[in-house]
Design a protein around this ligand. Structure first.
Ligand code: SF4
Ligand code: SF4
Length: 168
């Protein structure tokens, strides 16, 4: 069942253990919610919604659906400032990466990221470069953009189980 702000979120006590058994996510259990990660996070500085401390708390509490379907989970830039500053030694950036991997497995990836992956899969570029851009480059004497090996890229995406990220 979909959750929204008017519905109570369901607790799933097994979720925390599922996260903890993933490599690099074991330290989730020692987070004592001091908030240093959020106050150090460069993304949180520019967002009213993104709070790594809150995501970790929701994961500890078993809010599976709320965590895995949260679009803010994808705002982490993996800079690891939170990990460097955490007084408890929580591998915050790794825990967040594990949560994103679980979101991919459960098919909860926001459309924009599926579009980006699909574009990389098809063209080698995250952004589908319009033909007019290529013509402009030619007109202004710029060299053509390198042509990525689409077959190799598609293979890499397949090997990384990235097919779950492609647009249906
Ligand atoms: S800094 Fe570490 S202990 Fe504090 S809230 Fe963040 S993860 Fe938890
Ligand atoms: S790794 Fe993610 S959560 Fe941690 S400080 Fe960087 S952007 Fe923020």
């Amino acid at each position: 069942m979909e959750t929204n702000k008017h519905q109570p979120s369901r607790l799933d006590p097994s979720f925390k253990n599922e996260v903890l058994k993933e490599h690099d996510a074991e330290t989730l259990k020692i987070c004592f919610q001091c908030g240093t990660c959020t106050s150090s996070c460069p993304t949180a500085r520019f967002s009213d919604l993104y709070r790594p401390r809150t995501i970790l708390r929701m994961a500890q509490s078993g809010l599976r659906k709320k965590v895995l379907s949260s679009p803010t989970l994808w705002l982490c830039t993996a800079c690891s400032t939170c990990t460097d500053r955490c007084p408890q030694g929580v591998e915050v950036a790794n825990v967040l990466r594990v949560l994103r991997n679980l979101a991919v497995k459960s098919g909860e990836v926001p459309l924009i990221y599926r579009e980006l992956t699909s574009s990389i899969n098809e063209t080698g570029y995250a952004y589908k470069i319009p033909e007019i851009r290529h013509k402009k480059r030619e007109e202004t004497g710029l060299p053509p953009l390198p042509k990525p090996k689409a077959v190799d890229i598609a293979k890499l995406i397949e090997l990384a189980h990235g097919s779950r990220l492609l647009k249906k």
